[in-house]
Write a protein that binds this ligand. Sequence first.
Ligand code: GAR
Length: 198
Amino acid sequence: MAKLKLGVLGSGKGSNFRAIADAITAGSLEAEIGIVLSDVETSGILALARERKLRAEFVAPGKFKTKLEPEAEERTVALLREAGVELVVLAGWMRMIKAPLLAAFPRRIINIHPSLLPAFPGLEAWKQALAAGARETGCTVHYVDEGMDGGEIIAQSRVPVLPGDTPEKLHARIQLAEHALYPEVIRRLNAPPARAHA
Ligand code: GAR
């Protein structure tokens, strides 16, 4: 099977990136990371990518808090294209994606979110789940569209909320589920379509 070329975008510590990179190294995911991009110059994800000798670039986001400035998004598209990226993987990316990037990779941008969408979109979804008294939460991998955490759902994994949970404990449990689910979904997206029985 041809190796799928990934471009990973993240703003944070990069544990989902690490899970994907580890799955590739372990041979359980036939893919290659072409480039890692971050809107946060000091992010863990850039440091982890550089440790692994992957191409890792900071993209200055511009003046907005919730999206990239159009020039920054154009630069992101150019970098992803130049790296030959086929699938854009958002891994802790905390900005909305807009038209130029969506148009450049139609149905080829996926995101992981720490809740069972459509429940608890937005920031710190694990805290929202605790505050709502949910007994179960989880994580969702979905296609990205113009909305916030609203695109078509590809796969979900359930995680119990346990008595005595703190936000940190619950998020850590959700992250374990994320680290298993994300590489598995990428693997499935790259699998040839199941052959019909003759
Ligand atoms: C993950 O829990 C991911 O689901 C969440 O940020 C964390 C990033 O962790 N993403 C969102 O909330 C996006 N709406 P990581 O940097 O360790 O992968």
